[in-house]
Design a protein around this ligand. Structure first.
Ligand code: CUA
Length: 305
């Protein structure tokens, strides 16, 4: 009705419009009645006030009518909800991996994409996985929104009925860059989808550097982005070999990011904090990550451009 782009949209819109319509009529009606009584029974007109103790007709009306209205609301909601929680057997599956602050779409076989690409008119079940905190997966155009909770296998399904690109949001406050936790869903023809899926490189084919796995396992990427965006700490992108102003003993010093600087930053993170970032937010990983593994992380950082 408002241009929803999935099979679920019509039911959601019907429930919404019915509830909104009833609320709208009631607020106008009640307000008008209040104003009318204030004018009509104005004391200056001298109409004497009466006490009522009982009025069968009024009591039946204000019990039966709201009950019917609420049951109709329930009916619209229930009808849509039942469809939403019944996945067709032929639905394709994609796993949505969420983390602070981004989405990955895992198509299986090591094929992981930053964009959700879907064939038109085909039911798809999205398995919702969180690697850290609560998120909420929200595609307004498809009228789907589900919480993504660590340790709980949540899911949703829909069938995209319109080609185009649609916004994906995180709808659960999940920290500093919650509002930047965005992605897009792109709905294409079947043939184009098959072609696209074949073009997605499988991570199985390109083994990731050991240091990357170590950095992920220690949650480094929660605070240091790979795409240049500013999180709690400086981005890893292009970090190695760059020149930075750091604060050392309260003074500004220019340094070049090399092996020594990176190793020091992991074992004694508050010694030379890059200007513009807060001191004391990172703990020392001395003794937490072995020297050998720290070397591997540094090797990996050399490759992040
Ligand atoms: Cu993830 Cu908000």
């Amino acid at each position: 009705m408002f241009g929803g782009a999935s099979n679920l949209a019509a039911d959601v819109d019907k429930a919404f419009i019915f509830i909104f319509g009833v609320s709208f009529i009631l607020i106008i009606g009640i307000t008008a009645f209040m104003i009318w009584t204030v004018v009509k029974f104005n004391r200056k007109k001298g109409i004497p006030a009466q006490q009522f103790t009982h009025n069968n007709t009024a009591e039946i009306i204000w019990t039966v009518i709201p009950t019917i209205i609420v049951l109709v609301m329930f009916w619209y909601g229930w009808k849509g909800f039942k469809t939403m929680r019944t996945v067709p057997d032929d639905a394709m599956e994609v796993t949505v991996i969420s983390y602070m602050w981004s989405w990955d779409f895992d198509y299986g076989d090591g094929k992981i994409s930053k964009e959700l690409v879907l064939p038109i008119n085909k039911p798809v079940k999205l398995n919702l996985v969180s690697q850290d905190v609560n998120h909420s997966f929200f595609i307004p155009a498809f009228r789907v929104k589900e919480d993504v909770v660590p340790g709980y296998d949540n899911w949703l399904w829909f069938e995209a009925t319109e080609k185009g690109t649609f916004d994906i949001f995180c709808a659960e406050y999940c920290g500093l860059l919650h509002s930047g936790m965005l992605a897009t869903a792109r709905v294409v023809e079947d043939a184009e989808y098959t072609q696209w899926l074949a073009s997605v490189e499988s991570v199985k084919d390109k083994p990731s550097p050991e240091g990357e796995a170590i950095a992920k396992a220690n949650s480094c990427l929660g605070c240091h982005s790979l795409d240049g965006s500013k999180l709690v700490g400086p981005s890893f992108k292009g970090l190695y070999g760059s020149k930075k102003i750091v604060i050392e003993d309260g003074k500004e010093v220019e340094i070049e990011v090399d092996d020594t600087y990176l190793k020091t930053s992991i074992t004694d993170p508050n010694a030379q904090v890059v200007k513009g970032f807060n001191k004391g937010l990172m703990q020392s990983y001395s003794g937490v990550i072995s020297d050998e593994d720290i070397d591997k992380i540094v090797d990996y950082l050399r490759t992040v451009n």
